[in-house]
Structure formats: structure tokens, C-alpha cells
Write a protein that binds this ligand. Structure first.
Ligand SMILES: Nc1ncnc2c1ncn2[C@@H]1O[C@H](COP(=O)(O)OP(=O)(O)O)[C@@H](O)[C@H]1O
Ligand SMILES: [Mg+2]
Length: 260
């Protein structure tokens, strides 16, 4: 495992028992994720996407296999230790926002800071900053039911990232939003990724999934494809746009237009 490895799953199984029947939500999942990646997880309903995300987010446990986070085996941590890792390293965003209904936007964003034991003066400063960043200052005192879907999701993103987690997990974050609002939310997530936060997004939306550098497809509890798009070349647009055409047109590409 390289130093860059953030998440490493090996032989992960997760089975749910419902009455007499067993559902294999995850079957022998192997997955390595590097710091700073942007991954879309796609696949039909019931294929295990949420189960995978919950597992990575330490909201659930595997029945078999090993989960390493930054090289540390977190599979068998006690619940309170798992909770500590989760609060320090992982941010979670859900389709239905999961805000605390009786708390204001500001108080929702403040929650992780309070739980981390941060002094009140520092909390107030950080919350004000987050409200500003997410364009929510004039909504600070509103409760979730007084906010639009987009505003709720922005509160949820602010709350999930206020402690700067290494990894941000989003389970269909645009599922309850109209397209324009959804795109705005995706851009906020992508901005966090470009600042270095590893981003894993579960989505049904193909256009959204296509924006990620790496696309993982699940079917029936297994990863059936895992594709990483070639990065945008760092060279100028003109030169890079020519590489493909030059390649087809001329067998002498190496000499004409050296590509390393
Ligand atoms: N808590 C649970 N109890 C029983 N079955 C569950 C539970 N969570 C998920 N499942 C089952 O596991 C499978 C995968 O579910 P899920 O990960 O939610 O799929 P997806 O997010 O891809 O729609 C489904 O068949 C689902 O019904
Ligand atoms: Mg799901």
C-alpha cells in the first residue's frame, strides 16, 4: 500500500437478515482509494451503493473483510473509537439532508464543533465564517423547514465539512433537488475536492457521475466496473487537442509531437 492510500477495502462482505431471507448487500468488495480522488459510485437501486458508503463512513460494519483508513485497521474498532475516527476524518451528506429539525441553520452547522469540545468563542467565529462561505448568513436563524432544499443541503455541507474531514461521502446529494440547485450543490462539493478533500458521490445521474475522475459501477453487491478518466493534459488546449488527431493521422507522432 502506498503512502497516498486513504481507503483500502479487502474482501468486504455485508449481509442483512430479513426474517428467513438473507440479502448480500456487499460481496467480496475490494477497493483502494487515494487521497484527493473524486469518485462517482453508480448502479441500479439495491446494488449496494449506500451500504458501501455507510461502511466507508463507519456508520456500519462489514461482516467479513478488512477496512483500512490511512493504513489503520478500523474494521474492529470499538463503537466509541469508530465514532471518534468518524467525527475527525469523515463528512457525510445525505439525499434528505438529515438536519436536526429543531435547531437553526447556525446551530446545525455548530454541532460538530460543540461535540469536538471547541470553546464557544471559536465556535461562533467558525460558524459565522461557514455561513458566509455558503451564502447562508441571512438564513442563520432559520430552522430547516424554513429553508429551501438547496439551502438545506448547503447547511448539511457546511456541517459535514466544518472540521475539514479527509473524506467527504455524499449519498445521492442532489436526489431531492431540481437540476439547477443540484448542479450548484455539486459545484460546492467539487470545490471542496479541489481543495484536497477526497470526494465520493453516489448518484443515479449519469451527467453528474461523468464529472468525476473515477467511476465505479455496482451491481448486486459487487463492483463490476471501475474506470478512471484520463486527466486533462497540462499542456495548452491547442496542443493537447491535437494529440488524438495527430495520432490517427500520422504514425510518426513520437517524432512530430513527442508525448511523454
Ligand atoms: N438495514 C437493512 N436491512 C435489510 N436490508 C438492507 C438494509 N440496508 C440495505 N439492505 C438491502 O441491501 C441491498 C443494498 O441496499 P443499498 O446499499 O441501500 O442499495 P443502493 O444504495 O444501491 O440502492 C438492498 O437489497 C437492500 O434492500
Ligand atoms: Mg442508496
Amino acid at each position: 500500500m502506498s503512502d497516498e492510500t486513504l481507503i483500502s477495502l479487502n474482501g468486504i462482505d455485508r449481509t442483512f437478515t430479513l426474517g428467513d431471507s438473507q440479502v448480500h448487500a456487499l460481496r467480496n468488495v475490494n477497493l483502494t482509494i487515494t487521497h484527493g480522488e473524486y469518485i462517482a459510485v453508480m448502479g441500479p437501486s439495491g446494488s449496494g451503493k449506500s451500504t458501501l458508503l455507510n461502511l466507508i463512513g463507519l456508520l456500519d460494519r462489514a461482516d467479513a473483510g478488512t477496512y483500512r483508513l490511512e493504513g489503520r485497521d478500523v474494521t474492529t474498532l470499538a463503537p466509541n473509537e469508530q465514532a471518534k475516527v468518524r467525527s475527525e476524518s469523515i463528512g457525510f451528506i445525505f439525499q434528505s439532508f438529515h438536519l436536526v429539525p429543531r435547531l437553526t441553520a447556525a446551530a446545525n452547522i455548530e454541532l460538530p464543533l460543540t461535540l469536538s469540545g471547541m470553546p464557544a468563542s471559536e465556535r461562533t467565529k467558525r460558524v459565522a465564517q461557514a455561513l458566509k462561505e455558503y451564502n447562508l448568513t441571512d438564513r442563520a436563524k432559520h430552522r430547516p423547514n424554513e429553508l429551501s432544499g438547496g439551502q438545506r443541503q448547503r447547511v448539511a455541507i457546511a456541517r459535514a465539512t466544518i472540521l475539514r474531514p479527509m473524506v467527504l461521502l455524499a449519498d445521492e446529494p442532489t436526489g431531492n433537488l431540481d437540476r439547477t440547485t443540484g448542479e450548484e450543490v455539486v459545484r460546492l462539493l467539487e470545490a471542496l475536492n479541489s481543495q484536497g478533500m477526497t470526494l465520493i458521490v453516489v448518484t443515479h445521474d449519469h451527467a453528474l457521475g461523468a464529472r468525476a475522475r473515477r467511476q465505479i459501477r455496482m451491481e448486486d453487491g459487487s463492483i463490476v466496473s471501475d474506470v478512471t478518466n484520463t486527466p486533462e493534459p497540462a499542456t495548452s488546449g491547442e496542443a493537447s487537442a491535437n494529440i488524438e488527431t495527430a495520432n490517427m493521422a500520422s504514425p510518426n507522432i513520437d517524432t512530430q509531437n513527442p508525448v511523454s
